[in-house]
Design a protein around this ligand. Sequence first.
Ligand code: ATP
Ligand code: MG
Length: 421
Amino acid sequence: MSTFKAPKGTYDLLPPASRQHLAVREAIAAPLRTAGYGYIETPGFESVELFARGVGESTDIVTKEMYAFETKGGDRLALRPEGTASVLRAALEGGLHKAGNLPVKLWYSGSYYRYERPQKGRYRHFAQVGAEALGIEDPAVDAELIILADQAYRSLGLRTYRILLNSLGDQRCRPAYRATLQDFLRGLDLDEETRRRIDINPLRVLDDKRESVRRQLTGAPLIVDHLCDDCRAYHDQVRELLTAEGVAFEDDPRLVRGLDYYTRTTFEFVHDGLGSQSAVGGGGRYDGLSEMLGGPALPSVGWALGVDRTVLALEAEGVELPLPPTTSVYAIPLGEKARTTLFSLVTTLRKAGVAADFSYGGRGLKGAMKAANRSGAAYTVVAGERDLAEGVVQLKDMESGEQVPVPVAEAAEELERRLRG
Ligand code: ATP
Ligand code: MG
C-alpha cells in the first residue's frame, strides 16, 4: 500500500478481473465491426459548451455531474460525461458527413466521467462502448442498432435483459404533446425543482424514479397517443423490423430522453439483476442535435452501453465468459545456458501467436513450477545443463503430469501442434 488511493467513486481494473472488462468491450464491438461501423476516438475532454448544448443545459449530467474546469490558458473544459456530443462534433469537424457518405457509422469505446454519488454500478469514472449512425432517417438504421446491441449481449451469454422501446415524436407532434403534458403536470403536487423542470424539460418528469411522483403520474398523457402519422409509421416500422428479426422488446410509453433534439425512437436495455442501477445501456434518435451544435441537419441515432454494468449483469446471471488462458506455455530455465535457449524458444512461440511466459530472475525449480501453475499454462518447458548437452528440453503436460524430452529444434513446432490439437 502506498499513501495514495484511487479517487472516490473510481476503481482500478486489475488482472485477472480486467480480462472480463476487455472481453465485454470486444464482444460489444464485434457485431458493430460486421455492420460497417468505423472506430472513432475523441479527446477525454472537450469545451464545456459542447456538452451544455449537446447533452442539454437542464440535464442532471450538465447541472450536477460534469467535471468542469478552467485551464491555465483560460479555456473552459469538461471531462467527457458521454460520447455522442463528442462523436458528432468530431464527425462534423472532420467533414465525414460530406456528400454520399451517409450514414456515417461510427463506434467508440472509452472512459467517461460523472460526478455522481458512488454506489454499485454507478461510478465517477466508468466505461462505455457506443455506436452512432449519422445523417440518415430510416427505421432500418434504428432497428439495426438495437439488433446489434442485442446480438452483443446474446453473444456474451446474457439472457435476462429487457429492451424497452418508445417513440418521442418529432418537431411536428411533440410541441402539442409537450403542452398537454405540461398542463397535466402543473396540476400535481410537486417540489420546487420538479416544477421548474415542467417548464424546461417536462418529458423528463415522466422519468422520475420517486414513488411519490410516480403515483401521481398514473394517468399522465402519453406521447404514443399523440404521435403524428409519420412518427407512428416510422415507429411501427422499427417495431416490425425488430419483430421480424426475433428481437423481443417491450413498449414503454414512459421511457424518455427529454431533450428537444431527441426524436422518435428511444430505447433502453435494462437488467433486472442489478437493483436500482438497472440500465445497462440506452440510446435513441437525436435528429436535431447536429443543428444544435451549429452543423447541418443530420438526423442520427445511436446508443451507449455501460461496460461496468454489463460485467455486473454477467455476474448476476452467473455467466462465466470463455476467456482463453493468458499463458499457454511456461518456460523454466535451470542455468545460464538454458536461459538463452528457452528465452529464444519463448520469443519464437510468441511470434507464432502462442501465449508464452518465462521464469525470470534465475528462480529455482520449485518456485518456478508454482508460478507455472498459477499462470494456468497447459505446458511447461524445463531445461537444465544436462538436457541441453543432449540437445533436448523437457516438455511437461500440466494436466496429465506426463513429461517427455523433445529436441530443442523441434520444441516450438511440437508445442504449437499440441496446443492446436
Ligand atoms: P442512469 O439512469 O443509471 O443514471 P443514464 O441514463 O445516466 O443512466 P446514459 O447516459 O444513457 O445513462 O449512459 C449509458 C449507459 O452508461 C448506462 O445505461 C449505464 O450502463 C452506463 N452508465 C451511465 N452512468 C454510469 C455511471 N455513473 N457508472 C457506471 N455506468 C454508468
Ligand atoms: Mg445518469
